[in-house]
Design a protein around this ligand. Structure first.
Ligand code: AMP
Length: 216
């Protein structure tokens, strides 16, 4: 199964991709995670991306398309879930061109729908582990001990682009540049809308129900 999970920042793409890959044995390809790794390694790509990321803007398409085409080509035959990519119509077109069977190369497109107020509350409360990448929320998904990762005891951090100010820019960027990607896919295939406002377990149950039905 080759899948694209769409949704605004904070819609729960990362959280649900992790659950989906565990459940269905797929590879999680998150453009945001790959970029954060490149930054941590101090690579040329990481350096080029950091200014855009910290401002809540999109990294230029040519850099992202090259990075994600490589990741998709190296993915296993069992399939993958794309998280955070494509984020512009240009990227969606480039992805279709890079797949052997064009726009039939993606089997499932899911779209998580979340209200803006929920997005802001989720993102500003998000904390993550710099060591293992586990993600928490100060209210909705707190660690056992405040500020400490359940898995490895590392001190949790807030992503620099998860502040209230940057979230505003990220939402504006979403409406301007990423929402048209939903329409791009709708014109070509079924897009499965899923209400992502509820808590993570309830949303995961909806996603699994749809995916099980699609698998047949
Ligand atoms: P995310 O973790 O998906 O919210 O991504 C964090 C940041 O990485 C975004 O705000 C962008 O600056 C950048 N980014 C991630 N994916 C893309 C993409 N497909 N196109 C452009 N920029 C991206």
């Amino acid at each position: 199964m080759r899948m694209v999970l769409l949704g605004a920042p904070g819609a729960g793409k990362g959280t649900h991709c992790k659950r989906i890959v565990d459940q269905y044995g797929l590879l999680h390809l998150s453009s945001g995670d790959i970029l954060r790794r490149e930054r941590a390694e101090g690579s040329e790509l990481g350096k080029q991306a950091q200014g855009y990321m910290d401002a809540g803007a999109l990294v230029p398409d040519d850099l992202i398309v090259e990075m994600m085409s490589k990741a998709v080509k190296a993915a296993p035959a069992s399939g993958y879930v794309l998280d955070g990519f494509p984020r512009t119509v240009n990227q969606a077109e480039a992805l279709d061109r890079s797949l052997e069977d064009g726009d039939a190369g993606i089997d499932v497109v899911m779209n998580l729908l979340v209200d803006d107020g929920v997005v802001v509350e989720r993102i500003t409360g998000r904390r993550s582990c710099p060591q293992c990448g586990a993600v928490y929320h100060v209210v909705n998904m707190p660690p056992k001990q405040e500020g400490v990762c359940d898995h490895d005891g590392a001190a949790l951090v807030q992503r620099p682009d998860d502040t209230a100010e940057v979230v505003k820019n990220r939402l504006a960027t979403y409406y301007e540049q990423t929402k048209p990607v939903v329409d791009y896919y709708r014109a070509r295939r079924t897009v499965h809308d899923v209400d992502g406002n509820a808590d993570a377990d309830a949303v995961a149950a909806l996603l699994f129900e749809k995916l099980d039905a699609l698998k047949g």
